[in-house]
Design a protein around this ligand. Structure first.
Ligand code: ARG
Length: 603
């Protein structure tokens, strides 16, 4: 007969005086953990299964361990008569906690927990005083690298880089909020063979390279195209360009200088986009890792990983039908050798525990291959969810209305700056149509147009599961109805204006008044607010920003359900409801912040 444990009754008392640390699901899990430790026979190992209850179902959280546990212990002399009895025991053994209103068992043993509204109110009041940062998730890493944006020198940043920039920035923001030290890395392509032709072309057009400025070059992409045409059409030029690569990589100072110039001009162009998007990045481009490559390849070689194949040096990897080339047949290094070296550097020099790469899904194989090579070299654990950990955050294509890859009328790649310009112009026009140019100062008009326009572009991207393709449509993303940034920004501004119109000092109310969640709509809104941190943690752990967008949209819907039924200003519950409005606005603003969207206060 299996003995039923009395192992750690102290666990039960330990959990009773829980302080809310922000992650509601985790708090509930702690309670059920404690209960299961008493309910589960000694020697049985089960993982606590807790999930938020679906809308319309009884309870706020549900523990689903009874059925599984029963299938483990039945026939082994257990005292229980079936899953519902196991459920009863789980419920009975739940430690006393001020968090819990009731706990009951339904159907085949679902244990439903209803949170105490009083405890919920108290936790929200506390957040209002101590700030939303007290709800920040805790992740199992201290330091992370987010490798994102990473355009290529002399080539224009296109919509794909926009996706990488937006998604990467959000991931970095979520990690930073979770108290992780984040290195935001721009792994720019600054070391390809294209530099040979670019430099030769530059020498031809500007014999005095010293004086070359951004304006002299004009648009670098056109410059790139022209040099490419010449490369394809003129054999003499082609030969010169190929020699130029060798001289550049060999460290010839004149070639190095010209290279640096081209990089500098590109960098200035990129910086303008980052500034508009309010995205911070530190450039450590491909060339940064040059000094380390030979050693790293040497290390892989000494571990017996590298083999000769058709004149090149490669690593054969199980599960891939092509080997990973790390030294080309001409002795040069490539994208993979640089990435392996960058990974080595990030793990050993920067001591990063989590490295996240944001690029289109088209590069998935490249990442899978060099990740695998790194595991083979013993740099990373074999299991991909243990730390130090690497993840490729892939994303799909941006499509035009015709369902094809997004292009402009002249069928060129879409320039990022033009997109941002148009987003701003369109949102400004919409504001002027609503007469805002007469109400606001030109600066206010401009700032709001920017916040709304850029916010719309970002949100339209982030709200989709990143792996799916999405259609870029200005009309849709700038609509003030539906799941758009415009709708959400306005919802937030409306809440702020309610608080302003009440004429009350909200900071004073926080200190003196209580928040009550007596009505179902108030309670549903309060519960959703308390789920903020667990949502950020989920979005972070699974690297899925759309999870947070979904939460934000739900939040504004719950707020609408509350506000459309309950009077705030002038009602007997005014103070409490103003606090609820304020808490909603605080959480919304944090969501905007994490999504890289600037909130507006007037609409
Ligand atoms: N420059 C590359 C591109 O535009 C992206 C680089 C991504 N980062 C990396 N470590 N490979 O496709």
């Amino acid at each position: 007969r299996l003995a039923f444990a009395t192992r750690s009754k102290s666990v039960a008392t330990m959990a009773a005086s829980q302080e809310f640390t922000g992650n509601l699901k985790r708090e509930v899990e702690k309670l059920f953990d404690a209960s299961l430790r008493i309910t589960v026979p000694d020697g049985t190992s089960v993982e606590t299964e807790v999930a938020a209850s679906l809308p319309g179902k009884p309870g706020d959280y549900q523990c689903n361990n009874a059925m599984g546990l029963w299938s483990i212990i039945k026939g082994k002399g257990t005292q229980f008569r079936g899953p519902p009895a196991v459920g009863q025991a789980i419920s009975k053994n739940l430690p006393a906690s001020e968090m819990v209103e009731t706990c009951s068992v339904a159907g085949p043993g679902f244990v439903n927990l209803v949170l105490s509204s009083k405890w919920m109110s108290k936790s929200i009041e506390k957040m209002l005083i101590d700030g939303i940062d007290t709800w920040a998730p805790t992740l199992p890493v201290k330091r992370a690298v987010v490798d994102f944006s990473s355009p290529n020198i002399a080539k224009e940043m296109h919509v794909g880089h926009l996706r990488s920039t937006i998604i990467g920035d959000t991931l970095a923001r979520m990690l930073e909020y979770s108290k992780v030290e984040v290195f935001r890395r721009n792994h720019v392509g600054d070391w390809g063979t294209q530099f040979g032709m670019l430099i030769e072309y530059l020498f031809e057009k500007f014999p005095d390279t010293e004086s070359v400025t951004e304006t002299a070059i004009g648009d670098l992409q056109t410059f790139y195209k022209k040099s490419k045409t010449k490369f394809d059409e003129d054999p003499d030029f082609k030969e010169k360009a190929q020699k130029a690569v060798v001289r550049l990589q060999g460290g010839d100072p004149i070639y190095r200088k010209a290279w640096a110039k081209i990089c500098e001009i590109s960098r200035t162009e990129f910086a303008k986009v980052y500034q508009r998007l309010k995205v911070e990045l530190e450039e450590k481009g491909e060339s940064f890792y040059n000094p380390y490559i030979a050693n790293v390849i040497g290390e892989l070689d000494s571990k017996g990983l590298i083999e000769e194949s058709e004149g090149a040096r490669v690593i054969f990897l199980e599960g891939f039908n092509i080997p990973l080339m790390v030294v080309k047949s001409d002795g040069g290094f490539n994208y993979a050798s640089t990435d392996l070296t960058a990974l080595w550097y990030r793990l050993n020099e920067e001591k990063a525990e989590w490295i996240v790469y944001v690029t289109d899904v088209g590069q998935q194989q490249h990442f899978n291959m060099f990740f695998k090579a790194a595991r083979k070299a013993g740099w990373l654990p074999d299991s991909d969810k243990t730390y130090p950990r690497v993840d490729h955050v892939g994303f799909g294509l941006v499509l035009g209305d015709d369902g094809k890859r997004f292009r402009t009328r002249s069928s060129d790649v879409v320039r990022l700056v033009d997109l941002l310009d148009e987003a701003k112009t369109r949102s400004k026009t919409a504001l002027i149509e609503r007469g805002k140019d007469k109400e606001w100062t030109p600066e206010e008009l401009d700032q709001t147009a920017e916040a709304v326009g850029y916010g719309a572009v970002k949100y339209a991207d982030l709200k989709n599961n990143r792996l799916t393709n999405y259609t870029f449509n200005f009309d849709q993303m700038l609509s003030d109805k539906g799941n758009t940034a415009v709708y959400l920004l306005y919802a937030h501004a409306r809440i702020c204006s309610i608080i302003r119109k009440s004429g009350k000092d909200i900071d004073e109310l926080k200190k003196t008044e209580k928040l009550a969640l007596d009505h179902p709509e108030e309670r549903a809104l309060g519960l959703h607010l308390l789920r903020f941190a667990e949502t950020v943690e989920e979005a972070c752990s699974n690297l899925l920003p759309n999870v947070l967008c979904h939460y934000l949209y739900d939040l504004s819907e719950r707020y609408t359900s509350f506000y459309s039924i309950h009077q705030v200003i002038g009602s007997p519950e005014e103070a409490s409801r103003l606090l609820l409005c304020e808490a909603t606005a605080v959480v919304m603003r944090k969501c905007f912040h994490l999504l890289g969207i600037t909130p507006v206060y007037k609409i």
